[in-house]
Design a protein around this ligand. Sequence first.
Ligand code: ZN
Ligand code: ZN
Length: 74
Amino acid sequence: MELNICDECKSEYYVHSSVMSGLCPECAHQLYGYPNCSHIFIDGRCTRCHWNGQTSTYMKRGKGGKEKERVIEN
Ligand SMILES: [Zn+2]
Ligand SMILES: [Zn+2]
């Protein structure tokens, strides 16, 4: 299946799964109110749209700003 990179969250997604060119179904939903994918995550990726489950920093800020402090440390 054909993959594209989302302009907003930089995740790969299946082109056919999104109504918007350049945005994954999640970002199209968050930013423009289009129907979202009913994500089914296996190994960190949605099997339906191939989204990686990571919202962009722009959208994290919009949701209260706490998310950005959650840094993954090794
Ligand atoms: Zn996206
Ligand atoms: Zn999905």
